[in-house]
Design a protein around this ligand. Structure first.
Ligand code: SAH
Length: 227
């Protein structure tokens, strides 16, 4: 099955109608940032899901992607992006490229997005999608995202889209002063799901806020052996 169906069963008009409904639903759920809502409108989520799930591209839930991973629920993408308070001159690091959807949304709002994925297959597909869509301000690589991207640090913003066992301070150290990181962190070793945590780097330390209970696939150390 191709991951890039030209025109699958869901037709363009249905998808557009679905997208409008989704944006309205996000507003109702409290997403206020015009920039974030516009970014969600500009990024075709159907390009980031595999053929069988195209019709569900604008339903507000997570969907399976290759390698046993998931593309996050649109509400969570919008919520995390809003909490990052991204400006258009900013340099953003994402850990967990997955389908590339979150990176594409971030790329609408920032100067450049750096994104790291531990599965080669996922990374290659995501990069192809960025090329097809003409999103040129995303730099992507295979690697262990828990180590960050020291050569490109410091970052204005960091988003982790996989659940960390504890707040990854190695990543937090790659933030500029005033920088913000949003990361899902296991509660009780993951048995109680995760809390979405926002960390803001201040002159003399970090401010921590707990935002929302969430469920993400785990952040796993090392590069995946299977592709
Ligand atoms: N942001 C993605 C959803 C990510 S799912 C999207 O918009 O589609 C989480 C992703 O994190 C998975 O693809 C998983 O392989 C990846 N991941 C988990 N641990 C990682 C690590 N240490 N480094 C890089 N990527 C990791």
């Amino acid at each position: 099955m191709s991951v890039f169906p030209g025109h699958g069963s869901a037709d363009g008009e249905e998808l557009d109608a679905g997208k409008i409904k989704l944006v309205m639903a996000l507003r109702r759920q409290g997403i206020r940032s015009k920039g974030v809502l516009a970014a969600i409108e500009r990024v075709p989520r159907e390009t980031f899901v595999t053929g069988a799930f195209r019709e569900q591209a604008y339903d507000d839930h997570a969907l399976p992607i290759e390698c046993g991973q998931t593309i996050s629920q649109p509400y969570i993408v919008a919520f995390m992006t809003e909490k990052l308070e991204i400006g258009d001159r900013m340099k953003v690091l994402e850990i967990g490229t997955g389908s590339g959807y979150q990176a594409a949304v971030l790329a609408q709002l920032s100067r450049r997005v750096y994104t790291i994925e531990r599965y080669r297959t996922l990374l290659d597909d995501a990069v192809k999608r960025f090329e097809i869509l003409g999103f040129h301000n995303i730099t992507a690589k295979v690697g262990d995202g828990s180590k960050g991207w020291p050569e490109q640090a410091p970052f204005d913003r960091i988003i982790v889209t996989a659940a960390a066992p504890e707040i990854p301070m190695g990543l937090a150290d790659q933030l500029k002063i005033g920088g913000i990181m949003v990361v899902p962190v296991d509660v009780d070793g993951g048995k109680q799901g995760q809390q979405l945590v926002r960390l803001t780097r201040e002159e003399d330390g970090f401010k921590k806020e707990e935002l929302l209970p969430v469920r993400f696939v785990p952040l796993v150390e090392g590069v995946a052996r299977e592709s």
